[in-house]
Design a protein around this ligand. Structure first.
Ligand code: NOJ
Length: 508
Protein backbone atom coordinates (compact mmCIF):
# COMPACT_ATOMS: atom_id res chain seq x y z
CA UNK A 1 0.00 0.00 0.00
CA UNK A 2 1.16 3.54 -0.73
CA UNK A 3 2.37 5.55 2.26
CA UNK A 4 1.02 8.98 3.15
CA UNK A 5 1.66 11.74 0.59
CA UNK A 6 3.55 14.88 1.60
CA UNK A 7 0.46 17.07 1.70
CA UNK A 8 -1.16 14.72 4.18
CA UNK A 9 1.72 14.98 6.62
CA UNK A 10 2.63 18.60 5.97
CA UNK A 11 1.95 21.63 8.11
CA UNK A 12 1.00 24.45 5.74
CA UNK A 13 1.62 28.09 6.62
CA UNK A 14 -0.46 30.75 4.91
CA UNK A 15 1.63 33.79 4.07
CA UNK A 16 -0.42 36.91 3.48
CA UNK A 17 2.21 38.65 1.33
CA UNK A 18 0.96 42.21 1.85
CA UNK A 19 1.44 41.80 5.58
CA UNK A 20 4.44 39.54 5.97
CA UNK A 21 7.42 41.87 5.60
CA UNK A 22 8.14 44.97 3.54
CA UNK A 23 11.67 45.47 2.21
CA UNK A 24 11.09 48.53 0.01
CA UNK A 25 9.56 51.06 2.38
CA UNK A 26 6.21 51.34 0.60
CA UNK A 27 4.41 49.83 3.58
CA UNK A 28 3.31 46.71 1.71
CA UNK A 29 4.98 43.33 2.19
CA UNK A 30 6.80 41.80 -0.77
CA UNK A 31 8.46 38.66 -2.10
CA UNK A 32 11.88 39.77 -0.89
CA UNK A 33 10.38 40.07 2.60
CA UNK A 34 9.15 36.49 2.44
CA UNK A 35 12.52 35.28 1.15
CA UNK A 36 14.26 37.05 4.01
CA UNK A 37 12.27 35.09 6.59
CA UNK A 38 12.21 31.58 5.17
CA UNK A 39 14.71 30.51 7.83
CA UNK A 40 12.15 31.54 10.46
CA UNK A 41 9.57 29.25 8.86
CA UNK A 42 12.04 26.41 8.88
CA UNK A 43 12.78 27.04 12.57
CA UNK A 44 9.04 27.14 13.28
CA UNK A 45 8.75 23.73 11.64
CA UNK A 46 6.30 24.20 8.77
CA UNK A 47 6.62 22.14 5.61
CA UNK A 48 4.89 24.26 3.00
CA UNK A 49 3.86 27.85 2.42
CA UNK A 50 0.71 28.99 0.69
CA UNK A 51 1.04 32.47 -0.77
CA UNK A 52 -2.18 34.48 -0.90
CA UNK A 53 -2.52 36.10 -4.36
CA UNK A 54 0.54 37.76 -5.82
CA UNK A 55 -0.52 38.01 -9.46
CA UNK A 56 -1.09 41.36 -11.12
CA UNK A 57 -4.21 42.97 -9.72
CA UNK A 58 -5.83 46.35 -9.25
CA UNK A 59 -6.34 45.14 -5.63
CA UNK A 60 -10.05 45.83 -5.35
CA UNK A 61 -10.10 42.58 -3.34
CA UNK A 62 -6.47 42.43 -2.20
CA UNK A 63 -5.34 40.38 -5.20
CA UNK A 64 -8.39 38.10 -5.49
CA UNK A 65 -9.20 40.23 -8.53
CA UNK A 66 -6.51 39.04 -10.92
CA UNK A 67 -5.80 41.11 -14.03
CA UNK A 68 -2.94 38.91 -15.35
CA UNK A 69 -2.47 35.31 -14.22
CA UNK A 70 1.06 35.14 -15.59
CA UNK A 71 2.51 38.25 -13.97
CA UNK A 72 3.58 39.16 -10.45
CA UNK A 73 2.03 42.37 -9.23
CA UNK A 74 4.79 45.01 -9.08
CA UNK A 75 3.91 45.77 -5.45
CA UNK A 76 5.29 42.32 -4.57
CA UNK A 77 8.26 42.23 -6.96
CA UNK A 78 9.06 40.47 -10.21
CA UNK A 79 8.94 37.00 -11.72
CA UNK A 80 12.65 36.82 -11.03
CA UNK A 81 11.98 37.48 -7.32
CA UNK A 82 9.37 34.75 -7.44
CA UNK A 83 11.74 32.25 -9.05
CA UNK A 84 14.30 33.12 -6.39
CA UNK A 85 11.75 32.60 -3.64
CA UNK A 86 10.77 29.18 -4.98
CA UNK A 87 14.42 28.17 -5.36
CA UNK A 88 15.28 29.31 -1.83
CA UNK A 89 12.20 27.61 -0.37
CA UNK A 90 12.97 24.35 -2.14
CA UNK A 91 16.59 24.49 -1.02
CA UNK A 92 15.30 24.70 2.56
CA UNK A 93 12.87 21.83 2.03
CA UNK A 94 9.74 24.02 1.92
CA UNK A 95 7.02 23.44 -0.67
CA UNK A 96 5.32 26.44 -2.28
CA UNK A 97 1.60 26.68 -3.02
CA UNK A 98 0.13 29.55 -5.00
CA UNK A 99 -3.35 30.97 -4.62
CA UNK A 100 -5.27 30.41 -7.87
CA UNK A 101 -8.48 32.35 -8.47
CA UNK A 102 -10.56 30.40 -11.00
CA UNK A 103 -14.08 31.69 -10.37
CA UNK A 104 -13.62 35.27 -11.50
CA UNK A 105 -11.11 37.74 -12.87
CA UNK A 106 -10.71 41.44 -12.40
CA UNK A 107 -12.72 43.46 -14.92
CA UNK A 108 -9.31 44.94 -15.76
CA UNK A 109 -8.17 41.58 -17.12
CA UNK A 110 -7.73 41.96 -20.89
CA UNK A 111 -10.12 39.02 -21.35
CA UNK A 112 -12.97 41.16 -20.10
CA UNK A 113 -12.67 43.38 -23.16
CA UNK A 114 -11.17 40.99 -25.67
CA UNK A 115 -13.01 37.78 -24.78
CA UNK A 116 -16.47 38.69 -23.50
CA UNK A 117 -17.50 35.09 -24.22
CA UNK A 118 -15.34 34.13 -21.20
CA UNK A 119 -17.89 35.68 -18.82
CA UNK A 120 -21.50 35.20 -17.80
CA UNK A 121 -23.60 37.81 -19.63
CA UNK A 122 -27.37 37.97 -19.54
CA UNK A 123 -29.70 40.14 -21.61
CA UNK A 124 -32.19 42.36 -19.84
CA UNK A 125 -33.02 45.90 -18.95
CA UNK A 126 -31.01 48.10 -16.59
CA UNK A 127 -33.86 48.35 -14.08
CA UNK A 128 -34.06 44.63 -13.24
CA UNK A 129 -31.17 42.21 -12.57
CA UNK A 130 -31.61 38.74 -14.10
CA UNK A 131 -32.19 37.07 -10.73
CA UNK A 132 -32.20 37.76 -6.99
CA UNK A 133 -28.66 36.55 -6.22
CA UNK A 134 -26.67 38.77 -3.90
CA UNK A 135 -22.92 39.32 -4.08
CA UNK A 136 -20.63 38.43 -1.19
CA UNK A 137 -18.71 41.21 0.59
CA UNK A 138 -21.83 43.32 1.04
CA UNK A 139 -22.03 44.43 -2.56
CA UNK A 140 -25.81 44.22 -3.18
CA UNK A 141 -26.97 42.42 -6.33
CA UNK A 142 -24.59 39.90 -7.90
CA UNK A 143 -25.12 41.60 -11.26
CA UNK A 144 -23.66 44.69 -12.85
CA UNK A 145 -25.12 46.44 -15.87
CA UNK A 146 -22.67 47.13 -18.67
CA UNK A 147 -23.95 50.16 -20.53
CA UNK A 148 -21.61 49.57 -23.43
CA UNK A 149 -22.90 46.04 -24.11
CA UNK A 150 -26.40 46.65 -22.79
CA UNK A 151 -26.14 43.44 -20.77
CA UNK A 152 -25.70 42.25 -17.22
CA UNK A 153 -22.61 40.38 -16.03
CA UNK A 154 -22.46 38.13 -13.02
CA UNK A 155 -20.17 38.87 -10.07
CA UNK A 156 -20.50 36.65 -7.00
CA UNK A 157 -18.08 39.01 -5.24
CA UNK A 158 -17.31 42.68 -6.00
CA UNK A 159 -18.50 44.45 -9.14
CA UNK A 160 -14.81 44.52 -10.12
CA UNK A 161 -14.71 40.69 -10.10
CA UNK A 162 -16.56 39.24 -13.11
CA UNK A 163 -17.42 35.53 -12.97
CA UNK A 164 -15.88 33.32 -15.61
CA UNK A 165 -18.09 31.03 -17.67
CA UNK A 166 -16.43 27.66 -17.35
CA UNK A 167 -19.02 26.07 -19.66
CA UNK A 168 -16.98 27.68 -22.45
CA UNK A 169 -14.20 25.21 -23.39
CA UNK A 170 -11.96 28.16 -24.25
CA UNK A 171 -12.15 29.27 -20.59
CA UNK A 172 -11.19 25.79 -19.45
CA UNK A 173 -8.22 25.80 -21.79
CA UNK A 174 -7.10 29.30 -20.84
CA UNK A 175 -7.37 28.59 -17.12
CA UNK A 176 -5.53 25.28 -17.43
CA UNK A 177 -2.76 27.23 -19.16
CA UNK A 178 -2.51 29.53 -16.13
CA UNK A 179 -1.94 26.48 -13.92
CA UNK A 180 0.74 25.13 -16.22
CA UNK A 181 2.45 28.52 -16.27
CA UNK A 182 3.19 28.30 -12.53
CA UNK A 183 3.70 24.53 -12.47
CA UNK A 184 6.37 24.96 -15.12
CA UNK A 185 8.06 27.44 -12.78
CA UNK A 186 8.23 24.74 -10.12
CA UNK A 187 5.36 25.44 -7.72
CA UNK A 188 4.14 22.47 -5.73
CA UNK A 189 0.44 23.16 -6.00
CA UNK A 190 -2.40 25.58 -5.46
CA UNK A 191 -5.02 26.78 -3.09
CA UNK A 192 -8.13 27.05 -5.27
CA UNK A 193 -10.24 30.09 -4.43
CA UNK A 194 -14.02 29.40 -4.07
CA UNK A 195 -13.56 26.54 -6.50
CA UNK A 196 -16.94 24.98 -5.73
CA UNK A 197 -18.57 27.90 -7.58
CA UNK A 198 -16.96 27.40 -10.99
CA UNK A 199 -19.52 24.96 -12.41
CA UNK A 200 -22.39 27.44 -12.75
CA UNK A 201 -22.18 27.53 -16.52
CA UNK A 202 -24.37 29.79 -18.52
CA UNK A 203 -27.63 28.22 -17.41
CA UNK A 204 -27.66 29.36 -13.86
CA UNK A 205 -29.34 27.12 -11.29
CA UNK A 206 -32.47 28.27 -9.50
CA UNK A 207 -31.75 29.05 -5.84
CA UNK A 208 -34.24 29.49 -3.02
CA UNK A 209 -34.46 33.08 -1.65
CA UNK A 210 -32.38 31.98 1.33
CA UNK A 211 -29.69 30.50 -0.93
CA UNK A 212 -29.83 33.47 -3.30
CA UNK A 213 -28.85 35.72 -0.40
CA UNK A 214 -25.58 33.76 -0.16
CA UNK A 215 -24.99 31.94 -3.44
CA UNK A 216 -21.34 31.30 -2.58
CA UNK A 217 -22.47 29.09 0.31
CA UNK A 218 -25.12 27.32 -1.77
CA UNK A 219 -23.66 26.54 -5.20
CA UNK A 220 -22.93 22.81 -5.26
CA UNK A 221 -23.25 21.65 -8.85
CA UNK A 222 -22.41 18.45 -10.70
CA UNK A 223 -20.56 20.28 -13.46
CA UNK A 224 -18.02 21.63 -10.94
CA UNK A 225 -16.96 18.03 -10.30
CA UNK A 226 -16.36 17.45 -14.00
CA UNK A 227 -14.26 20.63 -14.12
CA UNK A 228 -12.31 19.57 -11.04
CA UNK A 229 -11.45 16.26 -12.66
CA UNK A 230 -9.97 18.25 -15.55
CA UNK A 231 -8.00 20.49 -13.18
CA UNK A 232 -6.73 17.39 -11.38
CA UNK A 233 -5.53 15.94 -14.70
CA UNK A 234 -3.46 19.06 -15.29
CA UNK A 235 -1.92 18.77 -11.82
CA UNK A 236 -1.26 15.08 -12.36
CA UNK A 237 0.96 15.97 -15.33
CA UNK A 238 3.36 17.31 -12.67
CA UNK A 239 4.45 14.68 -10.15
CA UNK A 240 3.91 15.32 -6.47
CA UNK A 241 1.85 18.48 -6.84
CA UNK A 242 -1.23 19.13 -4.77
CA UNK A 243 -4.37 21.22 -4.46
CA UNK A 244 -6.46 22.47 -1.59
CA UNK A 245 -9.87 23.75 -2.52
CA UNK A 246 -11.70 26.52 -0.80
CA UNK A 247 -15.05 24.72 -0.82
CA UNK A 248 -17.15 27.15 1.14
CA UNK A 249 -20.02 24.78 1.91
CA UNK A 250 -20.57 24.59 5.64
CA UNK A 251 -21.43 20.91 5.47
CA UNK A 252 -18.65 18.33 5.79
CA UNK A 253 -20.59 15.63 3.91
CA UNK A 254 -20.92 17.95 0.90
CA UNK A 255 -17.29 19.07 1.14
CA UNK A 256 -16.17 15.42 1.08
CA UNK A 257 -17.64 14.95 -2.41
CA UNK A 258 -15.09 17.44 -3.80
CA UNK A 259 -12.30 14.93 -3.29
CA UNK A 260 -13.89 12.89 -6.06
CA UNK A 261 -13.42 9.13 -6.13
CA UNK A 262 -10.33 6.94 -6.58
CA UNK A 263 -11.40 6.41 -10.22
CA UNK A 264 -12.15 10.09 -10.86
CA UNK A 265 -10.12 12.14 -8.35
CA UNK A 266 -10.77 15.84 -7.86
CA UNK A 267 -9.16 17.84 -5.04
CA UNK A 268 -6.23 16.43 -3.06
CA UNK A 269 -7.42 18.39 -0.03
CA UNK A 270 -10.29 20.69 0.80
CA UNK A 271 -10.84 23.26 3.47
CA UNK A 272 -13.72 22.32 5.73
CA UNK A 273 -14.86 25.46 7.50
CA UNK A 274 -17.33 24.16 10.11
CA UNK A 275 -14.30 23.63 12.41
CA UNK A 276 -13.12 27.18 11.79
CA UNK A 277 -16.47 28.47 12.96
CA UNK A 278 -16.75 26.18 16.01
CA UNK A 279 -16.99 28.12 19.28
CA UNK A 280 -14.87 27.12 22.29
CA UNK A 281 -17.28 24.39 23.29
CA UNK A 282 -16.40 20.69 23.65
CA UNK A 283 -19.84 19.47 22.50
CA UNK A 284 -19.58 21.45 19.26
CA UNK A 285 -15.99 20.39 18.63
CA UNK A 286 -16.88 16.75 19.29
CA UNK A 287 -19.57 16.98 16.61
CA UNK A 288 -17.23 18.70 14.13
CA UNK A 289 -14.56 16.04 14.67
CA UNK A 290 -17.11 13.22 14.39
CA UNK A 291 -18.31 14.65 11.07
CA UNK A 292 -14.76 14.65 9.79
CA UNK A 293 -14.11 11.11 11.00
CA UNK A 294 -17.33 10.03 9.31
CA UNK A 295 -16.99 11.76 5.96
CA UNK A 296 -13.29 12.39 5.48
CA UNK A 297 -11.89 8.93 6.02
CA UNK A 298 -10.91 6.28 3.54
CA UNK A 299 -9.00 6.42 0.27
CA UNK A 300 -8.35 9.87 -1.13
CA UNK A 301 -10.25 11.79 1.55
CA UNK A 302 -7.81 13.38 3.92
CA UNK A 303 -9.07 16.16 6.25
CA UNK A 304 -7.67 19.65 6.81
CA UNK A 305 -7.95 21.85 9.90
CA UNK A 306 -7.76 25.61 10.11
CA UNK A 307 -8.45 28.10 12.89
CA UNK A 308 -7.68 31.41 11.22
CA UNK A 309 -7.22 32.91 7.77
CA UNK A 310 -7.36 36.25 5.99
CA UNK A 311 -11.19 36.27 5.81
CA UNK A 312 -12.24 35.88 9.44
CA UNK A 313 -11.31 37.38 12.80
CA UNK A 314 -8.28 35.56 14.18
CA UNK A 315 -9.06 32.79 16.67
CA UNK A 316 -7.06 34.66 19.33
CA UNK A 317 -9.69 37.40 18.90
CA UNK A 318 -12.68 35.06 18.53
CA UNK A 319 -11.78 32.99 21.58
CA UNK A 320 -10.87 36.16 23.50
CA UNK A 321 -8.28 34.30 25.52
CA UNK A 322 -4.59 33.50 25.35
CA UNK A 323 -5.12 30.19 27.18
CA UNK A 324 -7.85 29.03 24.80
CA UNK A 325 -5.78 29.99 21.76
CA UNK A 326 -2.87 27.98 23.11
CA UNK A 327 -5.08 24.96 23.72
CA UNK A 328 -6.59 25.39 20.25
CA UNK A 329 -3.09 25.23 18.78
CA UNK A 330 -2.72 21.79 20.36
CA UNK A 331 -5.96 20.69 18.69
CA UNK A 332 -4.83 22.05 15.33
CA UNK A 333 -1.50 20.24 15.49
CA UNK A 334 -2.83 16.91 16.71
CA UNK A 335 -6.15 16.22 14.99
CA UNK A 336 -6.11 13.78 12.09
CA UNK A 337 -5.52 15.91 9.01
CA UNK A 338 -3.35 18.60 7.48
CA UNK A 339 -3.15 21.75 9.62
CA UNK A 340 -3.14 25.16 7.97
CA UNK A 341 -1.67 28.02 10.02
CA UNK A 342 -2.35 31.65 9.20
CA UNK A 343 0.78 33.82 9.51
CA UNK A 344 0.81 35.48 12.90
CA UNK A 345 -1.33 32.97 14.74
CA UNK A 346 1.87 31.43 16.10
CA UNK A 347 2.48 34.83 17.70
CA UNK A 348 -1.00 34.88 19.21
CA UNK A 349 -1.79 38.04 17.28
CA UNK A 350 -5.16 39.62 17.83
CA UNK A 351 -6.95 41.52 15.09
CA UNK A 352 -5.84 45.11 14.68
CA UNK A 353 -8.26 47.89 15.41
CA UNK A 354 -8.54 49.71 12.10
CA UNK A 355 -9.88 53.28 12.22
CA UNK A 356 -12.47 54.01 9.55
CA UNK A 357 -10.14 56.31 7.57
CA UNK A 358 -7.58 53.47 7.29
CA UNK A 359 -9.98 50.77 6.16
CA UNK A 360 -9.02 49.07 2.94
CA UNK A 361 -11.18 45.99 2.51
CA UNK A 362 -14.76 46.50 1.32
CA UNK A 363 -15.60 43.23 3.10
CA UNK A 364 -14.51 44.51 6.54
CA UNK A 365 -11.69 41.96 6.95
CA UNK A 366 -8.77 44.29 7.61
CA UNK A 367 -8.33 43.40 11.29
CA UNK A 368 -6.92 39.90 10.73
CA UNK A 369 -4.72 41.14 7.87
CA UNK A 370 -2.59 43.48 9.98
CA UNK A 371 1.19 43.38 9.41
CA UNK A 372 3.47 40.91 11.21
CA UNK A 373 5.81 42.42 13.79
CA UNK A 374 9.30 40.91 13.51
CA UNK A 375 11.10 43.02 16.10
CA UNK A 376 10.07 44.88 19.25
CA UNK A 377 11.20 48.34 18.12
CA UNK A 378 8.85 50.82 16.52
CA UNK A 379 9.55 49.74 12.94
CA UNK A 380 8.99 46.06 13.81
CA UNK A 381 11.51 44.89 11.24
CA UNK A 382 9.73 46.46 8.27
CA UNK A 383 11.61 48.76 5.91
CA UNK A 384 10.09 51.92 7.38
CA UNK A 385 7.15 54.01 6.30
CA UNK A 386 3.65 53.38 7.57
CA UNK A 387 2.43 49.86 6.91
CA UNK A 388 -0.70 49.56 4.78
CA UNK A 389 -2.71 48.62 7.88
CA UNK A 390 -2.07 49.45 11.55
CA UNK A 391 -0.03 47.05 13.69
CA UNK A 392 -1.93 44.50 15.77
CA UNK A 393 -2.25 45.11 19.54
CA UNK A 394 0.95 44.74 21.62
CA UNK A 395 3.03 44.42 18.45
CA UNK A 396 6.33 44.76 20.34
CA UNK A 397 5.51 42.11 22.95
CA UNK A 398 4.04 39.84 20.30
CA UNK A 399 6.94 40.27 17.88
CA UNK A 400 8.92 37.29 16.67
CA UNK A 401 12.11 38.58 18.31
CA UNK A 402 10.51 39.06 21.72
CA UNK A 403 8.81 35.69 21.69
CA UNK A 404 11.83 33.80 20.46
CA UNK A 405 13.57 35.06 23.58
CA UNK A 406 10.86 33.66 25.89
CA UNK A 407 10.56 29.89 25.98
CA UNK A 408 7.12 30.14 27.58
CA UNK A 409 5.71 32.14 24.66
CA UNK A 410 2.97 31.17 22.24
CA UNK A 411 5.60 31.05 19.50
CA UNK A 412 7.64 28.43 21.34
CA UNK A 413 4.47 26.43 21.98
CA UNK A 414 3.82 26.28 18.22
CA UNK A 415 7.45 25.42 17.55
CA UNK A 416 7.32 22.55 20.05
CA UNK A 417 3.99 21.30 18.75
CA UNK A 418 5.24 21.17 15.19
CA UNK A 419 8.45 19.45 16.30
CA UNK A 420 6.40 16.89 18.26
CA UNK A 421 4.23 16.32 15.21
CA UNK A 422 7.24 15.87 12.97
CA UNK A 423 8.67 13.36 15.42
CA UNK A 424 5.54 11.23 15.74
CA UNK A 425 4.05 9.17 12.94
CA UNK A 426 0.96 8.75 15.16
CA UNK A 427 0.37 12.51 15.05
CA UNK A 428 1.25 12.88 11.39
CA UNK A 429 -0.86 10.14 9.92
CA UNK A 430 -2.08 7.80 12.67
CA UNK A 431 -5.61 6.68 13.46
CA UNK A 432 -7.95 8.74 15.63
CA UNK A 433 -10.02 7.34 18.51
CA UNK A 434 -11.96 9.05 21.25
CA UNK A 435 -11.13 8.23 24.88
CA UNK A 436 -13.65 8.38 27.73
CA UNK A 437 -13.54 11.80 29.38
CA UNK A 438 -15.60 14.38 31.28
CA UNK A 439 -17.99 16.24 28.92
CA UNK A 440 -15.89 19.42 28.74
CA UNK A 441 -12.70 17.59 27.86
CA UNK A 442 -11.82 16.37 24.37
CA UNK A 443 -9.70 13.25 24.85
CA UNK A 444 -8.34 11.21 21.96
CA UNK A 445 -5.63 8.81 21.02
CA UNK A 446 -3.62 8.86 17.81
CA UNK A 447 -1.80 5.68 16.89
CA UNK A 448 0.42 4.44 14.06
CA UNK A 449 1.85 1.00 14.79
CA UNK A 450 3.73 1.20 18.08
CA UNK A 451 3.78 5.01 18.07
CA UNK A 452 0.99 6.52 20.16
CA UNK A 453 -0.02 9.89 21.57
CA UNK A 454 -2.90 10.91 23.80
CA UNK A 455 -4.29 14.43 23.56
CA UNK A 456 -6.48 16.06 26.21
CA UNK A 457 -8.09 19.45 25.65
CA UNK A 458 -10.02 20.98 28.53
CA UNK A 459 -12.60 23.31 27.02
CA UNK A 460 -14.34 23.77 30.35
CA UNK A 461 -14.06 26.64 32.81
CA UNK A 462 -12.74 24.53 35.70
CA UNK A 463 -9.90 22.07 36.02
CA UNK A 464 -10.54 18.46 35.11
CA UNK A 465 -8.78 15.13 35.05
CA UNK A 466 -8.86 12.13 32.77
CA UNK A 467 -8.11 8.61 33.89
CA UNK A 468 -5.88 6.71 31.49
CA UNK A 469 -4.74 3.12 31.33
CA UNK A 470 -0.97 2.78 31.57
CA UNK A 471 1.62 5.41 32.32
CA UNK A 472 1.76 8.54 30.21
CA UNK A 473 4.02 11.54 30.47
CA UNK A 474 3.48 15.08 29.30
CA UNK A 475 5.25 15.83 26.05
CA UNK A 476 3.70 19.28 25.69
CA UNK A 477 1.36 21.28 27.92
CA UNK A 478 -0.19 24.43 26.48
CA UNK A 479 0.43 26.21 29.81
CA UNK A 480 3.82 24.49 30.28
CA UNK A 481 2.79 22.94 33.61
CA UNK A 482 -0.48 20.94 33.50
CA UNK A 483 -0.62 17.15 33.70
CA UNK A 484 -3.31 14.61 32.78
CA UNK A 485 -4.03 14.24 36.50
CA UNK A 486 -4.81 17.92 36.74
CA UNK A 487 -5.72 19.76 33.61
CA UNK A 488 -6.40 23.43 34.29
CA UNK A 489 -9.27 25.22 32.52
CA UNK A 490 -8.55 25.99 28.84
CA UNK A 491 -5.41 23.86 28.85
CA UNK A 492 -4.40 21.06 26.51
CA UNK A 493 -1.70 18.42 26.81
CA UNK A 494 -0.03 15.98 24.45
CA UNK A 495 1.00 12.81 26.27
CA UNK A 496 3.40 10.09 25.18
CA UNK A 497 3.80 6.65 26.70
CA UNK A 498 6.06 6.79 29.75
CA UNK A 499 8.93 4.35 30.09
CA UNK A 500 7.41 1.06 31.11
CA UNK A 501 4.15 1.66 29.23
CA UNK A 502 4.14 -1.47 27.12
CA UNK A 503 1.31 -0.47 24.82
CA UNK A 504 -2.37 -1.27 24.77
CA UNK A 505 -5.30 1.14 24.59
CA UNK A 506 -5.11 4.28 26.72
CA UNK A 507 -8.82 4.32 27.52
CA UNK A 508 -10.10 2.91 30.82
C1 NOJ B 1 -12.25 33.78 -0.98
C2 NOJ B 1 -11.03 34.53 -0.52
O1 NOJ B 1 -10.48 33.85 0.58
C3 NOJ B 1 -11.49 35.92 -0.20
O2 NOJ B 1 -10.48 36.67 0.44
C4 NOJ B 1 -11.95 36.59 -1.46
O3 NOJ B 1 -12.49 37.85 -1.15
C5 NOJ B 1 -13.01 35.75 -2.17
N1 NOJ B 1 -12.70 34.36 -2.21
C6 NOJ B 1 -13.18 36.21 -3.59
O4 NOJ B 1 -12.07 35.83 -4.36
Amino acid sequence: MDGPRWWQEAVVYQVYPRSFCDTTGDGVGDLAGIRAHLDYLVWLGVDAIWLSPICRSPMADAGYDVSAYDEIDPVFGTLQDFDGLVADAHALGLKVLMDWVPNHTSIEHRWFLERPDFYVWVDGTPDRPPNDWLAALGGGAAWAWDTHRGQWYLHLFLTEQADLDWSNPAVVEAMHATLRFWLDRGVDGFRLDVVHCIGKGHDLPVLSPEQAAKPVEALDLAYTHTLLQGIRSVLDEYPDTTSVGEVYLLDTARVATYYGTPEAPELHLSFNFPGLWAPWDAAVWRTRIDEVEQHLAGPGRWPTWVLSNHDVPRHRTRYASEARSRAAAVLLATLRGTPFLFAGEELGLEDAVVPSQQRVDPGGRDGCRAPLPWTADEGHGWAGGDPWLPWPPDAGLRSVATQQGDEGSMLWLYQRLLAARRGSSALRHGTFAWLPSPPDVLAYERAAGPDRRVVLVNQGAISASVELAGDWEVEIASDHCSTAAELAAAVAVVLRPALGNKGGPAGV
